[in-house]
Design a protein around this ligand. Structure first.
Ligand SMILES: [Zn+2]
Ligand SMILES: [Zn+2]
Length: 287
């Protein structure tokens, strides 16, 4: 790679030297053409000499102050680019000087030649190098750095992590549930809605089954609350036995708090009534 660049530079430097040496004049050809164009435009300008290398240049109903010794113009183009524009050229021509003398040395053939002056010397291939009695240079010794050495090869950003697995990037995915494009069955919105409904339905189904089996089920025991004075208050417990049809509402003697439904029993007839009586008895004993 470096050899290629070196050989290219050898050719390029020589061609540029050769091309420029054929030219006569002071400025580089492109710059000269630009200056000629600006000189042509300067015919629109009218200059007045004010003394001390100061000129007033009128150009298309605008006036500019040109200073030839300081090399500045009111439009600031000369100051910024160090290149002559029509206002300055008009003043220079009025002064009887040559515009080429006022162009910055950067644009001259002389500077160009200086830039490409150094010769890149040709280098023979390694077989022709002269042998010496000195031992060949050894590369610097490896210094083992701290930490666990990296074993994995560094991959290109475009290289897949697993070369045996084809990437799905860029493919159009289609849902197997709703047959729509843009998502898969795992993230299907329609499935999500269905899923919540189905689980609720399942829950209700199972509870119904259990109730139907006849076993009375007490979901909550009596609500016991220990207050600051150590006195215990048991809230009223509403008992509802659907199968028996009887509804027993038992209130405690010191009923302060009333809970909505701490004890509910459903299903089972006489069996459930027995359970209710037993739990009530227990609650009374505790008091
Ligand atoms: Zn100007
Ligand atoms: Zn879907």
């Amino acid at each position: 790679m470096i050899e290629k660049i070196r050989r290219k530079l050898i050719r390029s430097f020589q061609l540029k030297r050769e091309g420029m040496s054929k030219l006569t004049g002071k400025l580089c050809p492109k710059i000269q053409a630009k200056l000629d164009n600006e000189g042509f435009k300067s015919s629109d300008c009218v200059s007045i000499y004010a003394g001390n290398d100061l000129f007033e240049v009128e150009c298309r109903h605008q006036r500019f102050a040109v200073n030839l010794s300081k090399r500045t113009c009111g439009c600031r183009k000369w100051d910024l680019t160090c290149f002559l524009y029509q206002h300055a050229i008009s003043a220079i021509l009025f002064d009887g000087s040559v515009p080429e003398d006022y162009v910055h040395p950067y644009y001259t053939i002389e500077t160009y030649m200086k830039a490409y002056e150094p010769i890149i010397y040709p280098v023979a291939s390694m077989e022709q190098w002269r042998r010496t009695s000195i031992d060949p240079l050894e590369p610097p010794k490896d210094k083992i750095q701290r930490g666990r050495p990296k074993i994995k090869r560094k991959r290109y950003p475009s290289e897949p992590k697993n070369p045996y697995k084809l990437s799905k990037a860029g493919t159009i995915i289609k849902c197997s549930e709703c047959k729509k494009v843009g998502h898969n069955s795992r993230t299907c919105p329609s499935k999500k809605d269905k899923g919540t409904v189905s689980t609720n339905a399942k829950k209700t189904l199972t509870t119904n089954k259990k109730q139907a089996a006849g076993g009375a089920r007490a979901t909550a025991a009596s609500d016991v609350d220990s207050g600051a004075g150590g006195s215990r208050t048991v809230a009223s417990s509403a008992v509802d036995s659907r199968a028996g049809g009887s509804r027993a509402v038992a209130a405690s003697s010191t009923g302060v708090r009333t809970s909505t439904a701490p004890l509910t029993i459903s299903g089972g007839g006489a069996n459930s009534e027995r359970v209710v009586v037993q739990t009530l008895e227990k609650a009374i004993q505790r008091m």
